[in-house]
Design a protein around this ligand. Structure first.
Ligand code: MG
Length: 401
């Protein structure tokens, strides 16, 4: 018996925000969650654009409804481009969205996952519950580097900063991987509005309790609202059925509550998939560590534009440097005479001061105060100001000392 899935989703604006910038979509055996960001309108639009692209999975699927890794990759690339293009409008600048998607490959008995951002995918299986995706967020980088703890990351002031999202750049690295699933397994996709309010054991307990994904989805959202509902909350569930003879028994609810999320089981050891190559790689123990980043796909036009932009930036930097370096005048002792020079007294980068005009004042004739003023090398914004400064220098004769 082939595997089948039952999917359901639920979403709530939460207790504080006035718009829901999360979106979810179910297309056949594919589910996805997007969490938009960037302004009142932008976030909602970015998430909407992303799921609108994912909706095209229906047309791009194989005759049997299967969405291949390549198709999923293409859909996410297209979703990214549609957000990038819209974000060029000044009022939408900075908008972006997370996207996490899962689709069943019934024949292979696998679920294919793709992720960008900090929305998450979890697997509940035989009583064990674990995160499958790796957050593309600043706090997760800090946790991985051992600079903050998992606990500290939950309240860190920069916890909303993403290192990857749709809409940031045309070159998008997408984590894609597949995981073996069995009848009874339950996949959860969610925005951070769930995971910031409900801890792992509580989520696992709800997944254990319900056999209907719609009931479980509603209950998860309610639990997040009870927890405070400080963000939009969205969950999408994929419950796996079938796989004759492979149905794995669920553990009793008592075995889960209050316990840590379980370790990956051998049966679920994931294999990597890239967008172009679906050959199996070696199983790796920790799914969050085994994600494969797609090399950026960059067209020749884009490379040329980038090169042009670099040249323009360098030319501008050169112009600014030269302008700054030469936009000053000062007086100095040149071979015993007071001379007005253009430039900065010690030079600036590659630009050295140059003689602007000579005066007939001998440095040796200056009185003490004037000599001090000359040595302090004040800078003037114009040649006239520098001339004025020089004309105010007095000689020992003039002061009568
Ligand atoms: Mg959120």
């Amino acid at each position: 018996m082939r595997l089948t899935v039952r999917c359901a989703a639920a979403s709530h604006v939460g207790m504080i925000r006035d718009t829901n910038q999360d979106r979810s979509i179910i297309v056949g055996d594919l589910v996805a969650v997007a969490d938009g960001m960037g302004g009142h309108v932008g976030g909602e639009m970015a998430a909407e654009l992303a799921v609108a692209q994912i909706a095209k999975a229906a047309e791009m699927a194989e005759p049997d409804g299967k969405v291949t890794a390549d198709t999923l990759f293409e859909l996410i690339k297209a979703a990214n481009m549609s957000v990038v293009e819209k974000a060029e409008a000044p009022e939408l600048n900075g908008m972006g969205t997370t996207l996490v998607a899962a689709t069943l490959d019934s024949e292979a008995g696998n679920v294919l996952l793709a992720n960008v951002g900090d929305s998450r995918a979890y697997l509940y299986s035989v009583g064990a519950f674990r995160q499958l995706t790796h957050d593309h967020s600043l706090v997760n980088e800090l946790v991985r580097e051992g600079r903050i703890t998992e606990e500290e990351s939950r309240t860190h002031p920069q916890r909303n900063i993403l290192t990857r999202a749709l809409g940031m750049s045309p070159d998008l690295a997408i984590d894609q991987f597949e995981i073996r699933v069995y009848g009874g397994d339950k996949l959860l996709l969610c925005s951070d509005g769930l995971t910031n309010e409900v801890d792992d054991p509580a989520i696992a307990a709800i997944l254990a309790r319900f056999s209907d994904p719609a009931d479980a989805a509603e209950t998860l959202v309610e639990k997040a609202l009870e927890g405070g509902g400080r963000d939009n909350i969205t969950v999408a569930l994929m419950f796996v059925d079938g796989g004759e003879g492979e149905q794995l028994p669920l553990l009793n609810l008592d075995d889960i509550e209050g316990s840590d999320p379980g370790e990956p089981t051998e049966a679920h050891a994931p294999v990597f998939v890239s967008g172009d190559d679906t050959s199996e790689g070696p199983p790796i123990a920790e799914p969050a560590e085994m994600v494969i980043e797609k090399p950026p796909v960059r067209s020749r036009i884009r490379s040329a534009l980038t090169a042009l932009a670099v040249v323009a930036v360098l030319a501008f930097a050169y112009f600014v440097t030269e302008s700054y370096a030469k936009d000053a005048w000062f007086a100095d002792d040149v071979n015993g005479e007071v001379v007005i020079l253009q430039g900065r007294p010690d030079g600036f980068l590659w630009v050295n001061p140059e003689e602007s005009e000579a005066t007939d004042i001998e440095v040796a004739e200056l009185d003490g105060a004037s000599l001090e003023r000359l040595k302090s090398q004040p800078e003037w914004n114009s040649l006239d100001d520098a001339r004025q400064f020089v004309s105010n220098l007095t000689t020992a004769d003039e002061t009568g000392s």
